[in-house]
Design a protein around this ligand. Structure first.
Ligand code: LMR
Length: 344
């Protein structure tokens, strides 16, 4: 079996160059670029399990090489590289597709999804499933949604009320919705690549950030912040994506086995993400990070401050998609305070 150990050894060869460790001559090679660690992150774990399964079950036909930690491409360059055929698979967060489609702005609307069950319910609805093919005209094929987790705020001073964020600079992903949400707090958004976030916080380029427990833990962001506030104000969600040309080029039996394995790993790993995130949260506490929880009244203040940005993006995300997402949120029985009264 060509397992993860082989892949890792191949990736971290003497020269630091990736070599085709799990592949044999004649294999169709799938390079899978991610920006996260291969161990502490839901995407890293899922990518590793997916590669192991493909490399075992499709040996002699197709092989997957995972490049973690932005070692091949970062999220700014990976989609263009994919269109050029230089990389075959990636799973950027939905905030990183702005140049290709605006529908994924839905996922960045603050306080839309109360939890990952609601995200699941939306993604498996007809509206959610349709979104995966929203970039077909641009040469990209969305294959599966992968969860990362709910996002939390952190800063170099305590954040209990929205006013505490006023005037601070926050690192964000390149998303217009997130930028608007930060401005709604009278704070300043700054788009910075994921790999640069620890330095940007440590050197004061930015004062705060928002991300999942696993990303905060893996990047040790808790160590350069006053604390993390458990806001659960948004969701970090990925799209496993490939180029339409590459997908078309696969022989039908190989394509179908590849997509079947991907789907099985998706279902299995998405169901495990809440537990992975809880482990990272506990690990932050064990490492001395400070976590602040909000009272219902404090949380309602954040909802009231940020949720009005929905009105600016209603037409980009599509009113029907928004209605389907709100229905999915209601289905889980934990609708956000004020979720029914967004601005616009
Ligand atoms: C970020 O840039 O913060 C995330 O999209 C990174 C990731 O892939 O989890």
């Amino acid at each position: 079996m060509k397992g993860w150990a082989t892949v890792a050894a191949a990736l971290l060869g003497m020269t630091g160059q990736a070599v085709a460790g799990p592949c044999t001559p004649g294999d169709i090679v799938v390079k899978f670029a991610t920006v996260v660690s291969a161990t502490d992150n839901p995407k890293g774990i899922a990518a590793r399990i997916f590669a192991d399964r493909v490399n075992h079950e499709m040996a002699g036909k197709l092989c997957v090489i995972v490049y973690p930690d932005s070692t091949l491409y970062d999220d700014d360059s990976v989609l263009q590289a994919m269109l050029q055929g230089d990389v075959q698979l990636a799973a950027p967060s939905l905030s990183k597709f702005e140049a290709f489609t605006k529908v994924f702005r839905l996922f960045d609307l603050p306080f839309l999804f109360p939890d990952l069950q609601a995200v699941d319910a939306f993604e498996t609805s007809p509206a959610g499933a349709r979104m995966k093919s929203s970039m077909a005209g641009r040469g990209l094929a969305g294959l599966e949604f992968w969860h990362s987790g709910m996002k939390q705020f952190s800063a170099n001073r305590p954040l209990l009320h929205p006013g505490d964020a006023k005037g601070l600079k926050f690192r964000i992903q390149p998303s217009e919705v997130i930028a608007a949400s930060i401005r709604a707090l009278e704070a300043h958004p700054l788009s910075i690549a994921f790999s640069d976030v620890p330095d940007a916080l440590a050197t004061g380029v930015v004062d705060g950030q928002e991300n999942t427990w696993s990303n905060i833990y893996a990047q040790k962001l808790y160590a350069v912040q006053d604390g993390i506030t458990e806001t659960n104000h948004g969701v970090l969600e990925y799209l496993v994506v490939t180029s339409a040309d590459f997908l078309r080029s696969l022989p039908p039996d190989i394509r179908s086995q590849f997509l079947d394995i991907l789907h099985q790993v998706t279902v299995e790993r998405n169901a495990a993400v809440t537990a992975v995130e809880a482990r990272s949260r506990a690990a932050i506490i064990a490492a001395g990070g400070r976590i602040r929880t909000l009272t219902p009244a404090e949380r309602a203040e954040w909802v009231a401050a940020m949720q009005p940005v929905w009105g600016q993006f209603r037409s980009d995300v599509g009113p029907d998609n928004l209605a389907a997402a709100e229905a999915a949120a209601r289905q889980t029985g934990t609708v956000q305070t004020g979720a029914d009264a967004p601005g616009g």
